[in-house]
Design a protein around this ligand. Structure first.
Ligand SMILES: Cc1cc2nc3c(=O)[nH]c(=O)nc-3n(C[C@H](O)[C@H](O)[C@H](O)COP(=O)(O)O)c2cc1C
Length: 239
């Protein structure tokens, strides 16, 4: 693999997004780093950047690391995955999410993937627990059949199987880049070989010309010598 081909950058508060990030990095054979370590200097040489963030009140954790520096990063291959409790098939929610978090130009350049997350009431901070309890209470009211489930706030829907589509897409793009690089390298090599062959042919032609001139010079020299000797002989005859 080319050095600095792909990098995964993630922001995870309770570890669900981090699990996905590390699985993706494992599959792609690359590094996964927390968003706080993703300084522009560290990430700008990669061909592909994959950002992952947990969903918090309709925002994607750490996403400013991409949106805030989009001008510097827009020529790369860009992917975003989210990790949240909203069902990944809820198109209305996710359309709203990406419209809210990305401009139209950004949306055209980025590949999006949505993965299911996890929640554990006992691990939440005081504020997060309060917020989520309110959300879950209203969910329980809307869907009384699963009320207990909502209020328990203990779900872990994180599963490695969900990363398949992202990994496949990333591998396809990276392979295309590798093929392009290999083709360009081949073209460069062929051009180099052609130039070398042309140079050798030119050198050969020059050597042949030189040899021809040398032969002509020799013939000319002999003819002059013969003329001089003939003149001398003529002179001697007259005397
Ligand atoms: C305070 C709070 C707000 C949340 N807001 C959303 C949300 O807007 N949409 C959503 O789908 N999930 C939401 N969730 C669920 C988290 O996205 C989910 O727990 C996710 O797995 C967290 O990822 P992390 O462990 O990597 O931080 C919220 C969770 C908490 C605690």
């Amino acid at each position: 693999m080319k050095d600095k081909e792909v990098l995964v950058i993630y922001k995870s508060k309770y570890g669900a997004t981090e699990r996905y990030a590390k699985w993706i990095a494992e599959e792609l054979g690359c590094e996964a780093i927390p968003a706080k370590e993703a300084k522009l200097k560290r990430i700008r040489d990669y061909d592909m950047l994959i950002f992952g963030g947990g969903l918090y009140a309709g925002t994607i954790g750490g996403i400013s690391k991409l949106t805030g520096r989009f001008e510097d990063l827009k020529k790369k291959h860009l992917m975003v995955f989210t990790c949240g409790l909203t069902e990944p098939g809820d198109n209305g929610y996710y359309t709203y999410l990406i419209t809210r978090n990305f401009t139209e130009v950004m949306r055209k350049r980025i590949h999006f993937f949505f993965f299911p997350g996890a929640i554990d009431k006992d691990k939440l901070s005081w504020l997060d627990k309060k917020l989520m309890t309110a959300v879950m209470k209203s969910q329980a009211k809307k869907d009384p059949e699963h009320a207990e489930d909502y209020l328990a706030m203990k779900h872990d829907l994180v599963d490695r199987k969900y990363i398949g589509s992202l990994v496949e897409k990333a591998q396809g793009i990276l392979q295309e880049d590798r093929d392009k690089r290999a083709y360009q390298q081949q073209l460069r090599q062929e051009a180099l070989q052609r130039a070398q062959e042309e140079e050798e042919a030119a050198q050969k032609a020059f050597e042949e010309k030189k040899a021809r001139f040398a032969a002509m010079d020799q013939a000319e020299f002999e003819a002059r010598k013969a003329r001089i000797l003939a003149k001398e002989a003529e002179k001697e005859k007259k005397e």
